[in-house]
Ligand binder design. Structure first.
Ligand code: G1P
Length: 299
């Protein structure tokens, strides 16, 4: 397989799970610890060697493109006031990636969003990332998938085991697990009910795909939720030319889920040497306070 140089990140959605916080601020710009969600996703792509980012966007989401571009008045102030470290941080964002964008003019589903990137991706294999999924760990996520795709010259998607009660939230794959743990996919279903799920192996939002996927998407019929689903197109592609699912290492957080969103903030604070002790003792005192309140209300 050719080198993967582009990643498509659909970001046109309204982010209803994060309302009201996402009413006027794109959900991808909500901060986790000291960076917006989108930066974690883009950094994972960069760790995988990708520097061309294609946002499939809408007119409410221009902040994402601006974030990876210069902010000259701010840089000028930082320079004048000698805030070298901050200046370096904001300039590094600009150097990190080249952003391209295409509008998704109608919200017809995740598969439709990927299809919108066809004119930019053209005839090359490419990666897709879901902007809500944050995967942590050196070498985890997209990098793992690209290594397998290049070695085996096959489309590859990332999967993780989930609680069987949660299968209705994900695309679910069925297949034969090889001795190295990689799954040869035989079937895929988008958001099945627990009794219809072929397994509890969920697609997390990471894919390495050949350009042929666009033909399947162009002919795609509305699927789950009346939308053009990427999973349905992948299922047909898998049946025609084979597809591998790689169990992704590392820790995954869903930034659109409030509990995950809160936990990942605490996770990063506990990882930061400058913050970890203060965060630890703050958490301890909050928990103590909370259990006292509970005792009080139980009496
Ligand atoms: C999309 C995919 C689904 C996948 C999920 C991972 O769903 O359609 O197959 O499991 O991303 O986050 P969405 O979360 O956009 O509804």
């Amino acid at each position: 397989m050719q080198n993967i140089t582009k990643v498509v990140i659909p970001v046109a959605g309204h982010g209803t799970r994060s309302l009201p916080a996402s009413k006027n601020v794109p959900k991808e710009m909500l901060p986790i610890y000291n960076k917006p969600v989108i930066q974690y996703v883009v950094e994972e792509a960069v760790r995988a060697g990708i520097h061309d980012v294609v946002f499939v966007t809408s007119k409410e989401k221009t902040a994402l493109e601006d974030y990876f571009d210069h902010h000259l008045p701010l840089e000028e102030v930082l320079e004048r006031t000698g805030k070298e470290e901050l200046l370096k941080t904001v300039r590094e964002l600009v150097e990190m990636v080249t952003v391209m964008s295409v509008r998704q003019k109608k919200q017809l589903g995740f598969g439709h969003a990927v299809l919108c990137a066809k004119s930019i991706v053209q005839n090359e294999p490419f990666a897709v990332m879901v902007g809500d999924d944050i995967i942590l760990g050196e070498g985890s996520g997209l990098k793992q998938l690209i290594e397998v795709a290049q070695k085996e010259n096959k489309p590859v998607i990332g999967v993780m085991e989930v609680d069987p009660k949660m299968v209705y939230k994900y695309g679910i794959v069925a297949g034969n697990t090889r001795p190295d743990g990689i799954i040869e996919i035989t079937d895929m279903v988008e958001k099945p009910s627990i009794d219809k799920a072929p397994s509890n192996m969920a697609i997390i939002g990471r894919y390495v795909l050949p350009p042929e996927i666009f033909n399947y998407l162009e002919n795609g019929k509305p699927g789950y939720g009346g939308e053009i689903q990427l999973t349905d197109a992948l299922n047909l592609l898998a049946k025609d030319r084979g597809m591998l699912a790689v169990p992704v290492k590392g820790r995954r957080f869903d930034a659109g889920d409030l509990l995950d969103f809160l936990s990942v903030n605490v996770y990063f604070a506990l990882q930061d040497p400058k913050m970890k002790e203060a965060m630890h003792s703050r958490l301890e005192s909050l928990l103590k306070e909370f259990s006292k309140l509970k005792e009080f209300s139980n009496n």
